[in-house]
Design a protein around this ligand. Structure first.
Ligand SMILES: Cc1ncc(COP(=O)(O)O)c(C=O)c1O
Length: 405
């Protein structure tokens, strides 16, 4: 029987192949150190969990909630933008709560895309940026990720040669997976370009608070006039270690926020009220929990860069996000990122995310998530060192991996 139209547009998740291998190695007793999935391992701060437990006792909170977010939550998100970015938002018209930023992004795509609309999307990038639009009937044109002067010539070509003219440009800084961070000057140029060509800007700022160097990452909405064309997505998942709670936000241009709110009003009743109240409590906190999370990731980053480097696997230090983006050691690069990742599971008991899972331009890389403790990261480096030092003797096994499945 033929596959459904939408399902055909969704290739099997590349990460699933590494996950399967990981599961079977574990079933065989291996202690796999998992640097693959970007699933924060830190517990949600106690005050947030306590607030949830308190509120859930009230039966009135067990009813359907508000799809666009309870008013206090939207006010708290607006206050965060004012405090952190100096951006003034109207919580009634310019803020909507989402079931995680992934859901918000995907439903924004549903809300604004007509069949065949062209979307400019970074490559490599977090998969929902492309697949959210593909599922909505859009067409993807890949853009480079580097937020510097090299970004603009391909952008100009894309606008000149795409028919119809692109509907939207997706930005994701700090970037998953590459960890690039954009400056406010870069955003100014993007906004000026997008306004000139009447292109919507969708900025995914999921890692707004996970940074280790320099200035905190800016918001595209800090650019004067950006509100005319831009929406930005943020997430509670990383900032407050709340990935399973499914709480995020879209903020910005009223017309776009209203379109997303409308679509969501047909699809969901919002997050469980106790989660919304606890999230409000988190956003209104003093920020000490965020600083602590940042420090833990920074220490892990430093341990990874140092120990992997000594093991012969160079890992550039990411300035932000919870990921390092590392080029596959030269002698393995011809294998591609999926086969190299499988090899690491099989021979070094280490799981990583193959770069190709983020787009074809990522195939020379793997992504290493900072989601294991420092001790386990050091152990991963030791395993990799051993694997690299014996690889020459065992390389004849490498090729057969393909056929062993
Ligand atoms: C760039 C980026 N955007 C969005 C998300 C999804 O976050 P949420 O848990 O808020 O849906 C992630 C999660 O890994 C991410 O890396």
């Amino acid at each position: 029987m033929e596959e459904f139209h939408k399902v055909r547009r969704l290739p099997p998740y590349v990460f699933e192949q590494v996950n399967r291998l990981k599961a079977s190695a574990r079933a065989g007793g291996a202690d796999i150190i998992d640097l693959g999935m970007g699933n924060p391992d830190l517990p949600t701060p106690k005050a947030i969990v306590d607030k949830l437990c308190e509120v859930v006792q009230d039966p009135r909170t067990h009813r359907y909630s508000s799809s666009k977010g309870i008013p206090g939550l939207r006010r708290a998100q607006a206050a965060y933008y004012a405090r952190r970015f100096g951006v003034k938002l109207n919580p009634e018209t310019q803020v909507v709560a989402t079931l995680g930023s992934k859901e918000g992004f995907a439903n924004m795509a549903q809300a604004i895309t007509a069949p065949g609309d062209v979307i400019l999307c970074p490559n490599p990038t977090y998969p929902i940026h492309a697949f959210g639009f593909l599922m909505a009937g859009g067409v993807i044109r890949s853009m480079s990720v580097e937020p510097d002067d090299s970004f603009f010539p391909p952008l100009e070509r894309a606008v000149k040669h795409s028919i119809p003219k692109p509907l939207a440009l997706i930005l994701n800084y700090p970037s998953n997976p590459t960890a690039h961070v954009a400056s406010l000057d870069f955003y100014k140029e993007v906004v000026s370009f997008a306004k000139k060509h009447d292109i919507i800007v969708l900025s995914d700022l999921a890692y707004s608070e996970i940074y280790f160097e320099g200035e905190p990452p800016p918001s595209v909405l800090q650019v004067p006039g950006a509100m005319d064309i831009a929406v930005e997505f943020t997430s509670m998942s990383k900032t407050f270690s709340m990935p399973g709670w499914r709480m995020g936000f879209a903020v910005g241009n009223e017309r776009l926020i209203s379109a997303l709110t409308r679509v969501k009003s047909y699809l969901d009743y919002g997050a469980f009220t106790p989660i919304q109240v606890a999230a409000t409590h988190a956003l209104n906190g003093d920020g000490s929990d965020i600083a602590e999370v940042r420090n833990i990731y920074k220490r892990r980053r430093d341990v990874m860069v140092e120990s992997f480097g000594k093991a012969g696997f160079e890992v550039p230090p990411p300035a932000a996000t919870m990921f390092a983006w590392a080029k596959i050691p030269e002698k393995f690069r011809h294998l591609g990122s999926l086969e190299f990742s499988k090899l690491l599971v099989e021979k070094a008991d280490v799981a990583v995310a193959p770069g190709v899972g983020f787009g074809e331009m990522g195939d020379d890389y793997v992504r290493l998530a900072l989601v294991e403790n420092e001790h386990r990261i050091r152990q991963a480096a030791r395993n990799i060192k051993k694997f690299l030092s014996t690889a020459d003797d065992t390389m004849h096994n490498v090729i057969s991996l393909n056929t062993r499945r």
